[in-house]
Design a binder for this molecule. Structure first.
Ligand SMILES: Cc1cc2nc3c(=O)[nH]c(=O)nc-3n(C[C@H](O)[C@H](O)[C@H](O)COP(=O)(O)OP(=O)(O)OC[C@H]3O[C@@H](n4cnc5c(N)ncnc54)[C@H](O)[C@@H]3O)c2cc1C
Length: 403
């Protein structure tokens, strides 16, 4: 197919390698496979698998699920409806607000499996337990390789998440710097008895974010009556802490925020393993490098506080799929560079401001005095609080009545 200027011969369909089967990779693979591209979806793990995340799906995510065609499968998992948010600060300030429209609490164990299966049903070729270790340039394309495979591809899209060994292999700039953020998560249940029951009643329908000096801890119900407790902490939080085990982290969090202490005293782990990740980066990353495209968290991560990372991952996958559909899979170096340039522009336009705002709001919550002041101010001006929530969103509307 000739482009608008008639200068390039673009092949409409081609062989696309998608690295990583999180929300971004699975949604991209499903959409490209449906268009007719030979799409290979590589995932280092198997499904189902757990993932460090707050497990809150924003209303945008909910709306996207209908667009992608998986709403009924997600609804069958009995996710929890979340309509309101509650914030507390170390100094005892609190803010409650209604979300622009309701979100969902759903484990990544269940959610990512649905999206992956959807991609396979759409025609994507699955490569599970396939840790991609190298991507090299081949005549006219790429070679995607792991320990026991090497496959050619016309186009490579890296959707391998916030941080991966491949970032080093690709010599991405952000891996050269130290990043002071760590993430932790563990599923809990309300304790038996009155205290646990009160917690269950107060948390029902809410996502809570409790600020502490040097971090914040979020919690909300997910399917099966479980509560996901997830936190983002700065390195400084651990100063003076004897160990980095979940019990000692939770004890320290409770000491730094009285409202959180009340919550934590009514919870107990449900037997699942805690998860952790270090060196989280909220810095600007390359959206394209050496003609490879980056998607989802691999392109840039919004502060977890916004609760919108999964929606952004899926939405940006649809955006990139539309771009590839419009241009066709590139077959020459010039075409690849042009596609990479267009992707950078589209990504910047859509996400840069939102990511920057998320980073600034997160910075406020991480400091005791700033978060006390911010919550006092926002409690007096709830319309400003609502507007800030909306600004971290895309404005995607709910498309069906059941979504
Ligand atoms: C503490 C914390 C809390 C969060 N809370 C929320 C929240 O409540 N709501 C929300 O919407 N977002 C939240 N997020 C953000 C959200 O988790 C991400 O934005 C989202 O997972 C991004 O999806 P993704 O598909 O880009 O990457 P991922 O979900 O990370 O998926 C990447 C996939 O690539 C695979 N992979 C990695 N390397 C390779 C390789 N070399 N070869 C093959 N496969 C590979 C991984 O195994 C993984 O399955 C949170 C993030 C953090 C850190």
């Amino acid at each position: 197919m000739a482009d608008a200027g008639g200068a390039f011969e673009l092949s409409r369909v081609g062989r696309v390698a998608v690295l990583g089967a999180g929300p971004a990779g699975s949604v991209l693979a499903a959409t490209l496979a449906r268009i007719g591209h030979e799409t290979h979806l590589y995932e280092k793990d198997d499904f189902p698998r757990d993932k460090l995340c707050g497990e809150f799906l924003s209303s945008e995510a909910r709306s996207l699920l209908s667009r992608i065609g998986v709403w009924s499968e997600v609804a069958a998992l009995q996710p929890v409806d979340i309509r309101r948010a509650r914030f507390t600060s170390p100094g005892g300030r609190a803010l409650e607000l209604s979300l622009p429209s309701s979100g969902l609490g759903l484990s990544r164990w269940a959610f990512d499996s649905v999206l992956f299966s959807h991609a396979v049903r759409a025609g994507a070729h699955p490569h599970l337990r396939s840790d991609v270790r190298r991507v090299t340039r081949d005549v006219g394309g790429f070679l995607v390789a792991g320990a026991d495979f090497e496959h050619p591809a016309d186009l490579v899209v890296s959707a391998y998440g916030r941080k991966a060994r491949l970032d080093h292999a690709f010599e991405r700039a952000f891996v050269e710097r130290a990043h002071p953020y760590l993430g932790f998560k563990q599923h809990h249940r309300p304790k038996a008895g009155e205290h646990g029951q009160r917690l269950a009643e107060e948390l029902a329908g809410f996502v809570e974010i409790h600020g502490v000096d040097g971090g914040y801890c979020g919690m909300s119900f997910i399917e099966g009556g479980r509560i996901n407790v997830c936190m983002l902490l700065e390195e400084g939080f651990f100063r003076g802490l004897a160990e980095r085990s979940m019990p000692s982290i939770l004890a320290e969090l409770g000491m730094r925020n009285p409202a959180l202490a009340v919550r934590l005293s009514a919870l107990e782990p449900d037997g699942s393993e805690p998860l952790s990740v270090a060196q989280l980066s909220f810095e600007t990353k390359e959206r394209a490098k050496d003609d490879m495209l980056f998607l989802g968290d691999a392109a840039g991560m919004i502060a977890p506080l916004a609760g919108n990372g999964q929606a952004m991952a899926m939405e940006s996958a649809l955006l990139l799929a539309a771009l590839i559909d419009e241009r066709g899979v590139p077959r020459s170096a010039t075409e690849r560079s042009r596609l990479a340039w267009s992707w950078r522009v589209q990504w910047e336009r859509k996400y840069r401001a939102r990511i920057e705002l998320g980073r600034r709001l997160q910075a406020l919550l991480l400091r005791r005095t700033a978060s006390d002041r911010a919550l006092t101010l926002l409690a007096k001006t709830p319309f400003v609080a609502g507007a800030l929530v909306r600004l971290t969103r895309s404005g995607v509307r709910r498309e069906t009545s059941n979504a």
